[in-house]
Design a protein around this ligand. Structure first.
Ligand SMILES: *[C@@H]1O[C@H](CO)[C@@H](O)[C@H](O)[C@H]1NC(C)=O
Ligand SMILES: *[C@@H]1O[C@H](CO)[C@@H](O)[C@H](O)[C@H]1NC(C)=O
Ligand SMILES: *[C@@H]1O[C@H](CO)[C@@H](O)[C@H](O)[C@H]1NC(C)=O
Length: 502
């Protein structure tokens, strides 16, 4: 009779003492990719065979949120499991010469896993600071390796650069008056400007080597692949250029999808597939101002820069054959939940700080309920004065403030545009996101005591949350210094144009 518990105890000891039982993690993070951009989320012409394969064989989320409608704050939350207001990664985003960065005393997913012997690598876009002597680069935040661009790839002159082979120049204007965009290996500049046509190949080669090496050493690994795709200006190498029916945006997305396919093959070849959790999502909604080159929020309202659903609800997929049953979940989840989930699965210690995430393990392995019942919506420029712009509790979302954004110009809905200035709502605008995911029809409270009660609950959750929120010192308000811009020939003149290396 007592043999069974004994056996379980022995298995438990084995599992906790043997590093070969620790799962690997691959975190795929797209850039400015909207809710409606993937084939498996309904886009008719996107070619996303491999992401669709993850969705078909894994769990696809319909109600998954990032924490900010712009890049740097969203990434800070993903890697720390905390709202960006705590870490100080606001307002807006980091620039090439930014003095600040994700504070080094924040604990990233990589730092959570390092004590357990994980190999860790970050590939692609960082955008959590560079700072003096590269003090905010991934290698200072728990990553053994970094190959990538320290910020957005439009944050440097791109007019004369090639974005597609054989020599199609990058479309439109990127930032001028700063150094051209560097490709860095750890904290060394490898190339400046970066070569967009060969970049994805460099990333997938690096990722492939990293997985093979980790697998051959039987070392568990964490790969954070933070793609530049499909952020503006779109680019792609010979394997994807002209390959989609969706123009430059579709080709950039195809290039990302091809890399997902390469990673899947390497996992299969190394026998690591059944022991690897792959999570995919995006940093914020589509940049609608780029029109047909700007991504698509599907049936959601507005996009990047706004706290409407299109700005912050993201496609998300979890894939782990043998552990995650295929399906679709409508449970509420967030990038905030990634750190607690990974820590839970790896049996890592959670950082001793106020976390805003919940582990999603029950959602993943049992299609069970979420531990999260609320999601907070901060604007691009959170402040204690205004606090939350919106809050979702269960299926209801209340907007306390609405505002359009330059990033969401050009679609016919005027609410999305920059001329829709800040508007307070008292009582808040209330939507039922299950019957009206497009936020078209605010609910009338007249004769609806049930909805009055919902609003009261929302107000109570808001108050409790805001009372517990301590805003960290703003890292972005520390400003920029041109001398901090990365330059491969630091002593050259005249800057910034002299910073060029093959
Ligand atoms: C990091 O250090 C700053 C400045 O000392 C402090 O305000 C903040 O609370 C610290 N954050 C964490 C997560 O310990
Ligand atoms: C791009 O090339 C043109 C023509 O050679 C040149 O006049 C211009 O200064 C270049 N722009 C940048 C940003 O390098
Ligand atoms: C992985 O798991 C699946 C489902 O349990 C199984 O069909 C497959 O054979 C396993 N593959 C390997 C390489 O173990």
């Amino acid at each position: 009779m007592n043999k069974v518990p004994h056996l379980i105890f022995v298995m438990y000891l084995f599992a906790t003492n043997c590093s070969c039982y620790r799962p690997n993690f691959i975190l795929l993070f797209a850039d400015d990719l909207g809710f409606g951009d993937l084939g498996c989320y309904g886009h008719p012409t996107s070619l996303t065979t491999n992401l669709d394969r993850l969705a078909a064989g894994g769990l696809r989320f319909t109600d998954f949120y990032c924490t900010s409608p712009v890049c740097s704050p969203s990434r800070a939350s993903l890697l720390t499991g905390r709202y960006q207001t705590r870490s100080g990664v606001y307002p807006g985003v980091f620039y090439p010469g930014s003095r600040g960065g994700l504070p080094l005393n924040e604990t990233t997913i990589a730092e959570t896993l390092k004590p357990l012997g994980y190999a860790t690598a970050a590939i692609g876009k960082w955008h959590l600071g560079l700072g003096e002597n590269g003090k905010y680069l991934p290698t200072r935040q728990g990553f053994d390796h970094f190959l990538g661009v320290p910020y957005s790839h439009d944050m440097g002159p791109c007019q004369n650069l090639t974005c597609f082979p054989p020599d199609i120049k990058c479309f439109g204007k990127c930032d001028v008056g700063v150094v051209t965009v560097p490709l860095m290996n750890n904290d060394v500049i490898k190339q400046q400007p970066v070569d967009f046509v060969t970049l994805e190949q460099a990333y997938s080669d690096f990722a492939t080597d990293f997985i093979r090496q980790s697998a051959s050493k039987q070392q568990p690994f964490f790969l954070y692949y933070s793609s530049h795709h499909t952020h503006y200006p779109q680019f792609a190498g010979p394997g994807a250029a002209g390959g989609s029916r969706r123009g430059p945006f579709g080709d950039a997305l195809l290039e990302f999808d091809n890399t997902v396919g390469i990673l899947l093959s390497v996992l299969e070849q190394t026998g690591a597939l059944n022991n690897t959790l792959i999570l995919f999502t995006s940093d914020n909604g589509p940049e609608l101002m780029r029109m047909s080159r700007g991504g698509n929020a599907g049936l959601l309202k507005c996009g990047k820069g706004t706290t409407y659903e299109g700005g912050m609800r993201e496609p998300a997929i979890a894939y782990w054959p043998g552990t995650i049953e295929p399906g679709v979940t409508h449970e509420l989840a967030s990038t905030l939940d990634v750190l607690p989930t990974i820590a839970g699965l790896a049996k890592a210690k959670l950082p001793m700080v106020q976390l805003d995430g919940f582990d999603m393990i029950d959602i993943l392995v049992k299609h069970g309920p979420s531990k999260r019942d609320a999601m907070m919506f901060y604007p691009t420029d959170p402040s204690e004065q205004y606090g939350l712009f919106a809050l979702r509790l269960g299926k209801y979302k209340a907007h306390f403030y609405t505002r359009g954004a330059g990033h969401s110009e050009t679609t016919p809905d005027h609410d999305c545009h920059i001329i829709s200035f800040l508007k307070p709502h008292d009582p808040p605008l209330l939507f039922d996101l299950e019957s009206d995911p497009s936020e078209n029809y605010p609910l009338s409270l007249v004769g609806r005591p049930d909805l009055e009660a919902v609003l009261q609950r929302i107000q109570a959750v808001k108050k409790q949350f805001e009372d517990s929120m301590e805003f960290g010192e703003s890292q972005i308000d520390k400003g920029s210094d041109p001398d901090l811009e990365p330059c491969c020939t630091p002593q050259c003149t005249p800057k910034p144009s002299c910073c060029q290396c093959g």
